[in-house]
Design a protein around this ligand. Structure first.
Ligand code: IPE
Ligand code: IPE
Ligand code: MG
Length: 250
């Protein structure tokens, strides 16, 4: 077993689960509803998933809510998504706090209206004491943006004289990413099999789980199925099977 996972009896629980929450639009269109209804129902699935993650002992969950490419959608859909996000922040924060969930919003937040940035800040402060689960909401997030912003941070340190280029290694680089922890299990709902510029660096060695379930239908059982898939994987990280078995004996 890799040190990154928690072994809870017969099942190892991934420490960091990341989810590309896809399929809201199709969920609505299948029902003859406007796409925004799918996003609304998607918000309910977020709540269910966070509750399940706490109950199942996951330590970090990162949810892809809005990508750096999603600005290209029709203006009406983008503004509906922003409204939904702002409302969810206000509504969910007390619940998150009561459940020991620490909220972090990761992404290029400068692009958001100042008022929304303040709401995000407030929500993060109010939940900062949460110790059961870290909930990262990726908003205006792109994996390439993350790598570029990390490179900028390190370049500034070099310019200021607090770092020399020789000291830059993978560990230091990861530490300045929006989320430093590697993803153990990456889930994508909605049937597509692509990464869509999510956590590019952090998912280098993730187990990948693709589900046809549309995001608004995702529930605890779906999450448990993904965890079962995960616990059946042998994570070799470049080694061979017998080496892992030797490690287990130590
Ligand atoms: C994911 O669902 C939510 C966001 C990207 C904000 P979609 O809106 O992409 O749903 P589909 O893929 O069109 O069904
Ligand atoms: C990825 O979904 C982004 C989020 C889930 C927030 P998209 O639906 O935007 O992905 P593509 O563009 O189809 O790859
Ligand atoms: Mg989509």
């Amino acid at each position: 077993m890799q040190s990154n996972d928690f072994n809870t009896g017969d099942r190892s629980i991934p420490r960091h689960v990341a989810i590309i929450m896809d399929g809201n639009g199709r969920w609505a269109q299948k029902r003859g509803m406007p796409r925004v209804m799918g996003h609304r129902r998607g918000a309910q699935a977020v709540r269910r998933t966070v509750e399940a993650a706490v109950a199942l002992g996951i330590k970090v969950i990162t949810l892809f809510a809005f990508s750096s490419e999603n600005w290209k959608r029709p203006a009406l859909e983008v503004s509906a998504l922003m409204q939904l996000f702002a409302r969810a922040l206000d509504k969910e924060v007390p619940l998150l706090k009561d459940n020991g969930v620490k909220l972090r919003v990761i992404g290029n937040l400068n692009a958001f209206p100042l008022k929304l940035q303040e709401r995000i800040q407030r929500a993060q402060e109010l939940t900062s004491g949460g110790e059961r689960l870290i909930l990262n909401v990726a908003a205006n997030y792109g994996g390439r943006w993350d790598i570029v912003q990390a490179a900028k941070k390190l370049s500034k340190m070099v310019l200021e004289g607090s770092l020399t280029p020789d000291l830059i290694d993978e560990k230091l680089f990861a530490s300045v990413l929006a989320e430093p922890l590697d993803v153990d299990l990456l889930i994508r709902t909605g049937g597509e099999k692509r990464i869509s510029n999510f956590l590019m660096w952090q998912s280098s060695y993730s187990e990948l789980y693709f589900s046809d379930t549309l995001w608004p239908d995702f529930d605890r059982q779906d999450l448990e199925e993904a965890l079962n898939f995960f616990s059946g994987r042998e994570r070799r990280f470049g080694m061979i099977s017998s080496q892992l078995k030797d490690n287990d004996k130590c």
